[in-house]
Ligand binder design. Structure first.
Ligand code: NAD
Length: 454
């Protein structure tokens, strides 16, 4: 690993990765080899957790391809030197800002969308002119292997390389110095990454998780709320970082909501045979999720097939904040339903948890909407919609507080892998002698005047 990192640093120092033409060429190459190897990618992920072609394409590859095309189109603009205003004290200088790559970067991926969460940050790193070492999650072994094969057979290791492995390999990587670490994963591992990065003062982006609520107020379009929430909750069998983790609903509309949720689940036909559902990633997570299902509170689903690693879409009613399911991020196909007496109480409950990655509010009431958006802090979210905010690359995607540090997608991804170098360029034909001795009260007056003080 040391050798690989040294080789990447040497290569970066040749400045080869910096020209816009080089970046575009590499992005085009990545696009081509992914397209050429799509069958391998689709087969690998199906073997790992029965994710279908439709789901893999629509929730992963389509966004990777889009990120690549967008970067090819915009990298020239994003990496342009930008003029800025100059303050009076520096008259008659010019000021500009140079976006520059950080250097040798490490991308650590999570397993739940293994292609998207590995490749989207790598695309941003390449667009910004860095070298990349990518460490995908080891939990889906076939997707990790497929990524390693495709990348390592087509890119020089001194520029872009995949290292496979789990805790041991990641720990060894983290001992080395990188110029940027981009991590997607859980909060506890995020803390390990942050500590390791701190030793080298390496900047990080941490894309973490947490319990993302969906708040439903009386008078909303309840049918649409149920439809969108059911889709979002059971997509990828609930193994989605921005999935609505729990439902907080006005008790007056709860039974109607439950009836609508049941009907949506029945209509959706969640079965792996019809490609509408995926397996839980491993047995450990099946066991963990099984323990979160309180059989006395199950009003739908609750069937667990350990051999197949399948858990049917499960709805729990009369859940309290003290229940085990409310003590951790669920990350599985279980929808707990809780009620609130008034919005202040709902807000206070959400605030009692760490700041979530996402929050969804289903309402027609403008005051309730405004109150929730003003008073609660969260990474991002939706009004009357779930998950789809992630598809809009025009806005940053990231967490806040325990749900993450930094953001990416579109230009914010480029920014997270860049440093913005501000330059003051001053001609020599003029010098304001205020800073040189002899200092005087008159000069101080001028300094105050020129910096806007009286
Ligand atoms: P994880 O934290 O277990 O693993 C993530 C990565 O860290 C993997 O590559 C893994 O090999 C590595 N890792 C695991 N333990 C490590 C250790 N002790 N030291 C060093 N590296 C280690 O997370 P996961 O199970 O892959 O993903 C699930 C979590 O990720 C959930 O909390 C979810 O909300 C979050 N997530 C967040 C986003 C986001 O965009 N914010 C996206 C997907 C998942």
């Amino acid at each position: 690993m040391k050798d690989l990192i040294n080789k990447q640093r040497e290569y970066f120092n040749t400045n080869a990765t910096k020209s816009v033409a080089f970046r575009k060429e590499q992005l085009k190459k990545l696009q081509t080899i992914l397209k050429q190897n799509e069958a391998l990618l689709l087969d690998a992920i199906f073997q790992d957790f029965k994710k279908s072609e439709f789901d893999t394409y629509s929730s992963e590859l389509v966004f990777v391809y889009h990120d690549i095309s967008e970067a090819i189109k915009k990298v020239g603009k994003w990496s342009k030197i930008k003029r800025a205003r100059t303050n009076l004290l520096n008259f008659p200088a010019k000021t500009f800002v140079i976006p520059e790559p950080l250097g040798v970067t490490l991308v650590i991926g999570a397993w739940n969308y293994p292609y998207l969460l590995s490749l989207a940050p790598a695309v941003a790193a390449i667009a910004a002119g860095n070298t990349v070492i990518l460490k995908p999650s080891e939990l889906p072994p076939n997707t990790s292997r497929a990524l390693a094969k495709i990348i390592n057979e087509n890119f020089d290791s001194e520029y872009f390389h995949v290292i496979e492995g789990g805790v041991a390999e990641t720990t060894a990587l983290l001992a080395e110095k990188f110029d940027k670490i981009f991590f997607t994963g859980s909060v506890p591992v995020g803390k390990i990454i942050y500590q390791a990065a701190a030793k080298h003062l390496t900047p990080v982006t941490l894309e973490l998780g947490g319990k993302s609520p969906a708040i439903i107020t009386a008078g909303c379009n309840l049918k649409m709320a149920a439809k969108r929430i059911v889709w979002a909750k059971f997509l990828n069998a609930g193994q989605t970082c921005i999935s609505p983790d729990y439902i907080l609903i006005d008790p007056k509309i709860k039974s109607e909501f439950i009836a609508l949720v049941k009907s949506e689940i029945e209509q959706a036909d969640y079965s792996t045979e019809n490609d509408n559902y995926v397996q839980i990633i491993n047995n450990q997570n099946v066991q963990r999720l099984a323990q979160l299902i309180d059989s006395e509170k199950v009003i739908m689903g609750g069937e667990i097939n350990v051999a197949e690693r399948l858990i049917s879409p499960t709805v729990l009613d009369n859940v309290t904040f003290e229940d085990p399911i409310m003590q951790e991020e669920i990350f599985g196909p279980i929808m707990p339903i809780l009620t609130y007496n008034n919005l202040d109480e709902a807000i206070a409950k959400v605030k009692s948890y760490p700041k979530p990655l996402s929050l969804y509010v289903f309402t027609k009431n403008k005051n309730d909407r405004a109150k929730i958006l003003r008073e609660l802090s969260f990474g991002g979210g939706g009004v009357n919609e779930t998950i789809m905010q992630i598809t809009n690359h025009h806005v940053p995607f990231g967490g806040v507080g325990e749900s993450g540090i930094g953001a990416y997608h579109g230009e914010s991804g480029f920014k997270s892998f860049s440093h913005y170098k501000s330059i003051l360029d001053k001609p020599t034909w003029f010098e304001l002698n205020l800073k040189y001795s002899p200092l005087s009260a008159k000069k101080l007056k001028w300094v105050k005047f020129m910096t806007g003080r009286k």
